[in-house]
Design a protein around this ligand. Sequence first.
Ligand code: C2E
Ligand code: CA
Ligand code: CA
Ligand code: CA
Length: 279
Amino acid sequence: AKEAGRNTFQFYAAEMNQRLLARLNLERDLRQAVERNEFLLHYQPQINLTNGAIIGVEALVRWRQPEQGIIPPDEFIPLAEETGLIVQLGKWVLREACRQARAWHDAGLPKIGISVNLSARQFREPGLKQTILDMLAETGLEARFLEMEITESMVMFDPEGAIAVLDELQQQGITFAMDDFGTGYSSLNYLKRFPIHKLKIDQSFVRNITTDSNDAAITNAVIELAHGLKLKVIAEGVETEEQRSFLRAHQCDEMQGYLFSRPVPAEDIVNLLIANNQL
Ligand code: C2E
Ligand code: CA
Ligand code: CA
Ligand code: CA
């Protein structure tokens, strides 16, 4: 029995070493990737549900790993957060997204907004406001076209501090959307005090709106809550025509999801904008 116990221990130890090693390797690669700028952005259109117009795009980062190819954000953003690398990566994302939006505007395409995800770590950085203002100045993008996506947990950690930061940026013309709404902990009392413009209904609710009455009820409640607070509401993860008509029938303002388009490279957005405008 003693022998078996030792074997089990050695087995776990080996497995733990494996995992630790994998993590250390990933951290080393990620650090290098930030230095070598191995990242790229894909963009996913956001659609006005009433008239079908593309009103904006969400910038979503990808890592072009030399050996493994494209790595999705879920596989490196958490580690980038933990290690603080997200601060540098986040600046790059912000600059690249603003630059791209400005380039589309300059090309004479319909002036669409750009939504950029903000991480908790970035939000806590004292220089955030200046970073955002610098990127806008550098790229020449008008502030009103920049929307930052924040989450409930990010702001509920220190609601008063968050309100102060959001207020300052909002006064500069930047808008805020509450991402993954309904999945985190948020206080309705604070929700009315956050200077946000939009709620994003999480895709976990949208997925089953046409088959699960609870998800349908939650989605309707969020739409009504948003409108009651004079906020816009966008549904994410819209994949089917049935989901789209449900959302439209229940006065949801906007949608985003594979039904219209997956996140795509910048060049594809140009074609989508041209096609969308000719409708
Ligand atoms: P998110 O902000 O909730 O982004 C939406 C995710 O849902 C994206 O995954 C998008 O590709 C996916 N999606 C969009 N439409 C559909 C649909 O119809 N069906 C399904 N099943 N999925 C859909 P992605 O690009 O893999 O990003 C995952 C997460 O990584 C994001 O979730 C966000 O939390 C994070 N992320 C991505 N880019 C950045 C970034 O630049 N900075 C930070 N801090 N986080 C980022
Ligand atoms: Ca988002
Ligand atoms: Ca989301
Ligand atoms: Ca999400």
